[in-house]
Design a protein around this ligand. Structure first.
Ligand SMILES: *Cc1c(COP(=O)(O)O)cnc(C)c1O
Length: 808
């Protein structure tokens, strides 16, 4: 049945009655949201069942994307869009006197991720379903997602994100599919029928229960699954026997410790901390996901040997890399296979994506802790390591001196990236530059041993969420200009190039941008009581706060501009609104200090009449997916200013270009490919190259203090950090000051300052010529089709997974 407004309204009223016993006049926004979700669920679950049936009946190869993070944001709008009800629903709600935006905002963001890595996983699920590919997500149902950021007197304060408070409308608990996970205990070697067997005893038992979330394809009847696992205690783990109640208290202790496993997401991004609970989470995810996948495989009467023909397991960074020894364990201990056969199956099934070159993000575990928690898994890793090192010794004599650097276990430490590379048939980086750095530097010896495994898959974003949904006005303009083809084939956006110089199209683009800026400005006014100039350049720097992402460089430039305004009240500059959004890891002192510097600068500059008409700084509280969807359509400038070589890809850069913002960026990550596509005239590039950064790191010839001494602008800015410029507290920013001058500026902020200021001047001048600016903006939108995750996922499907679209 096709949905019409009348049918929608009738079903909506029915749902309100049957669920809440209310009519439309009485229903709250939340009840309206829940009623719509229930209507959607009825529709989706039918399609879901049909899709899963088709996958099963037709024996299609399926891929499982294992990730510790899925940063979904809200699903209400994309689900409505994907089943084709969005416009009908908006109109129906308006008729009934609701504001659809407010109704949709009743959905709490599913913030089960830190930043780019988790958002990538969410975009990939969207593309898999929209391309009709049989691919699913496997993750953890954290009770608390990434913390809520509250700003108090300019400081970040972290509050728990209890996203399940109102029930999560999309999930379905599948108690009957629960599996058991085992921790601790001892392993005993026993002889059984002439065979050496391993018996695991005295372990702690944990129940893993899956909650399935439907992942809906864009108007194509496909519904895939995101399976989120939750840890629960097993009531039959204990026999309540002792009369004095000891067993009961034991049980409560056990229950608490088990439920901790899926309690919260670690709030660190691109940083690794060797916490026992985190290791437990990783094994929990991997073991639960794998057991359930193997059970399904066996039910469909396929043999264990056929696993690589029917299943691909992608691991999102090394976080789920225990999938290698866990699959080995299941094949050896449960299925009774021999080592060589099990190893051949494993290394034809697992594929690994690397996301970082940062040392502090590479996962390693202390051997002792690991061995105590996962004794059998440790034995298997030892054996993998033995065999790998022996192979190196025999087959790669030229690498003999490097074996200790390549080993999976060395000096009491387990290296998860090494395990991932040894155990996978595919190893990919996430942008061309990043993959080349892996091959040439970070993973060079592994590239020598396994050259055929290395490949690149440049990241992408779903243009349905980030353009069609987030920026409906722009989407409509594009569709009336080049037709709707781009929605299914984002590469068709390239047709916009014909209109880049067309002055009426430029004007239309400019009007859309202005309206988006007005909408954002009124949101800012409501939320923060700050008036921003809609004619100013909206200069946007939104991403996790991290040293390498260099929010510090941005704020230094602003402080420099402010200084110019104070020196010369008649300074010619295009008014700017600098917009920041960023969460800092709770324990990352430097990052929190940078946030405070931004908010202190905002406080001072926003209230100084000298700068009033030229500079405004907005630090947005609690940056997340839903906030990103508001900011990005209003952005003019996209700050992508990481130290070259440090940002593996970046995806914020892609979302912003797709919405017509011009990139101000270093030659890092996917910026390089954005520049390649749009050409050097259509973005603003500055700063050291990655090769220059590597060369300075090698020769040690960078002296931050020399740059400081020779640049009056930097001296002014840096000295303000320690001279009560912002407050009476002159030690507040001394750590930033010292990190630059005493610790020699690890991220080359001072080194790139001059080049950044120059690029910013060019931004200012270019913006004054609106036609030139708009031409560049249109050119960016036109080339953004390449950065759709549909392109990325097609490449994964064809080049790594070998999976094909399925007709439902
Ligand atoms: C896209 C996105 C990111 C990643 O941004 P980068 O600029 O690539 O670091 C982080 N957080 C949210 C909420 C996002 O939507």
């Amino acid at each position: 049945m096709t949905m019409t407004k009348e049918v929608f309204q009738k079903e909506f009223c029915d749902k309100l009655t049957t669920t809440f016993g209310k009519n439309v006049e009485e229903a709250t926004d939340k009840e309206a949201f829940q009623a719509i979700s229930l209507m959607l669920k009825d529709e989706l679950h039918r399609k879901w069942q049909r899709t899963q049936q088709a996958y099963q009946d037709q024996d299609h190869k399926q891929v499982y994307y294992f990730s510790m993070e899925f940063l979904l944001g809200r699903l209400i709008e994309t689900n409505l869009l994907n089943v084709g009800w969005l416009n009908i629903c908006r109109e129906a709600l308006t008729d009934f006197g609701f504001h659809s935006e407010e109704v949709f905002c009743e959905e709490h963001d599913a913030g089960l991720g830190n930043g780019g890595l988790g958002r990538l996983a969410a975009c990939f699920l969207d593309s898999l379903a929209s391309l009709k590919l049989p691919g699913h997500g496997v993750g953890i149902r954290y009770k608390y997602g990434l913390f809520q950021q509250k700003m108090v007197n300019g400081y970040q304060v972290e509050l728990p994100d209890y996203w399940l408070k109102d029930d999560y409308m999309w999930e379905t608990k599948r108690e009957e599919e629960a599996v058991e996970i085992r921790f601790g205990g001892t392993v005993h070697t026993i002889q059984r029928d002439q065979k050496l067997c391993f018996e695991h005893r005295d372990y702690e038992r944990v129940l893993a229960i899956p909650y399935d979330v439907p992942i809906v394809g864009y108007q194509n009847d496909v519904v895939n699954t995101l399976q989120l696992w939750s840890a629960e205690s097993m009531s039959n783990h204990f026999h309540f026997q002792s009369p004095n109640g000891h067993d009961y208290y034991h049980y409560l202790d056990y229950k608490r410790s088990v439920e901790q496993i899926s309690e919260f997401l670690y709030p660190d991004d691109s940083y690794y901390e060797g916490k026992l609970l985190r290791l437990k989470q990783q094994y929990f995810l991997v073991s639960a996901g794998l057991q359930s996948i193997l059970q399904k495989h066996k039910k469909s009467n396929l043999s264990i040997q056929q696993i690589p023909d029917y299943i691909s397991l992608q691991i999102n960074d090394t976080h789920p890399s225990l999938i290698v020894p866990e699959l080995m364990r299941l094949l050896l201990d449960e299925e009774g296979l021999g080592w060589d056969e099990a190893w051949s199956i494993t290394t034809s099934t697992v594929a690994y994506t690397n996301h970082t070159t940062l040392n502090e993000a590479l996962e390693t575990w202390p051997q002792e802790m690991f061995q105590t928690l996962l004794p059998r898994i440790y034995m298997i890793i030892e054996e993998i390591n033995e065999r790998f090192c022996r192979m190196l010794w025999h087959d790669f004599p030229e690498l003999r001196d490097s074996i200790h650097q390549m080993a999976i276990i060395s000096y009491g430490t387990i290296h998860m990236a090494h395990l991932s590379m040894v155990g996978s048939y595919s190893i990919n980086g996430v942008a061309k530059l990043h993959t080349n750095i892996l091959k040439k530097r970070v993973m060079k010896p592994f590239y020598t041993v396994f050259p055929e495994r290395f490949n690149n898959k440049t990241n992408g974003i779903t243009h349905r969420r980030w353009l069609l949904n987030a920026n409906p006005e722009l989407a409509n303009l594009l569709s009336t200009t080049i037709g709707k083809g781009w929605i299914k084939e984002p590469k068709e956006l390239i047709q916009l190039l014909k209109f880049a110089h067309d002055s009426s199209f430029q004007e239309a683009i400019s009007n859309v941008k202005l309206r988006n800026k007005q909408a954002f400005a009124s949101f800012i006014y409501k939320q923060y009581g700050i008036v921003i100039d809609e004619q100013s350049i909206f200069d946007v720097h939104i991403k996790r706060l991290h040293g390498y992402k260099r929010q510090l460089l941005n704020i230094f430039h602003i402080l420099h501009l402010y200084h110019l305004c104070r020196e010369n009240p008649h300074l010619q500059m295009t008014p700017r609104t600098f917009i920041f959004g960023a969460k800092a890891a709770p324990g990352y002192h430097f990052a929190k200090n940078v946030i405070k510097l931004i908010t202190s600068a905002a406080e001072k500059i926003n209230n100084d009449p000298v700068a009033k008409d030229k500079i405004k700084i907005i630090f947005l509280e609690n940056y997340n997916v839903s906030l990103a969807e508001r900011i990005i359509p209003a952005a003019d400038v996209s700050e992508q200013i990481s130290t070259a070589s440090k940002e593996a890809s970046g995806t914020g850069n892609m979302k912003l270009m797709m919405n017509g913002a011009l990139t101000l960026g270093t030659r890092d990550g996917a910026n390089v490919e954005i520049a390649e596509m749009v050409g050097p005239d259509n973005l603003f590039t500055f700063g050291l190259t990655s090769e220059e950064v590597f060369e300075y790191q090698r020769n040690g010839q960078y002296r931050a203090r020399d740059v400081y001494n020779s640049d009056q602008r930097l001296r002014t800015v840096l000295d303000q950090l320690v001279t009560q410029f912002f407050s009476n507290d002159d030690v507040e920013f001394k750590d930033i000051y010292y990190s630059l001058l005493m610790k020699n500026d690890e991220f080359f902020v001072l080194k790139d300052f001059d080049s950044y200021v120059e690029a910013q001047q060019l931004v200012d001048q270019t913006y004054r010529h609106q036609q030139t600016w708009l031409k560049k903006s249109i050119t960016n939108i036109a080339h953004s089709g390449k950065f759709s995750s549909d392109r990325t996922i097609s490449q994964y499907a064809n080049e790594i997974w070998g999976i094909h679209p399925v007709e439902i």
